[in-house]
Design a protein around this ligand. Structure first.
Ligand code: SF4
Length: 231
């Protein structure tokens, strides 16, 4: 495990985490741990919709040049400092004198990642954190600076430009550091039942109701009673 205070240190590849896990972590730390520490997964309609829409984007591993914008779909990215890897839906390169040079293309280009999401913009920062993590990977890989990026929501067909400020970046660093610590300890945070549980893909595996009962035996007794009275 990398020491918490050593920002220049790098995680070995074997310890890299899935970049997209930061969405789960932001939604609920326990949900992230159930998926990534305990390797459980239960697909509900929300995650299924997300997969189908992502397939449409990830289907084309090709680049396309339109005017001064070069788009690359399904680009694999990583950060040794954060110890993460993942795939960017689309990375746009905008021709600009403030940009960087890229292999096989003339001129200078600014880097602008775009993440596609189903539904509409969320009140929590999950999507923005994932997008920021993608940008931080690209910055490390391409030695560049990415001040902003965008989220595209399928339902509203709108592109939301996100400023990648220090606060978002600090949260990305802190979240991944905590994920690395939880994974290395094999530790899963306990359930904190909230409204989020209603849309949680792992509700049936997490059983947050148990947290409100005095004991597991009380819970089982209650469910058995429900079963008998339903008959
Ligand atoms: S059911 Fe609730 S507490 Fe359990 S993982 Fe889902 S959101 Fe977290």
């Amino acid at each position: 495990m990398m020491p918490a205070e050593d920002l220049d240190a790098e995680y070995p590849e074997d310890d890299w985490l899935s970049l997209s896990g930061i969405q789960h972590f932001s939604f609920c730390k326990r949900q992230w741990a159930l998926i990534h520490v305990e390797q459980l997964w239960d697909e509900n309609y929300l995650t299924a919709a997300g997969h189908i829409e992502h397939q449409r984007v990830d289907d084309y591993s090709e680049s396309e040049l339109r005017g001064d914008v070069l788009s690359i779909r399904g680009m694999r990215v990583f950060s040794r400092h954060l110890g993460i890897t993942g795939i960017c839906d689309v990375v746009e390169f905008h021709r600009s004198s403030r940009g960087i040079s890229i292999q096989g293309r003339e001129g200078l280009w600014e880097v602008f990642p775009i993440e596609y999401k189903h539904g509409t913009a969320k009140t929590i920062d999950a999507d923005r954190l994932q997008l920021c993590a993608e940008a931080m990977c690209l910055e490390e890989m391409m030695v560049c600076s990415i001040p902003e990026a965008a989220l595209f929501y399928h339902k509203t067909r709108r592109r939301e430009v996100v400023e990648l400020d220090d606060s978002l970046r600090d949260t990305v660093r802190a979240d991944f550091q905590q994920m690395h610590q939880l994974l290395s300890r094999g530790s899963t945070p306990s359930a904190k039942p909230s409204k989020a549980c209603d849309a949680c893909s792992l509700r049936n595996l997490c059983l947050p109701e148990l947290m409100n009962k005095k004991s597991v035996s009380n819970y089982i007794e209650m469910r058995l009673h429900e079963f008998v009275t339903d008959d």
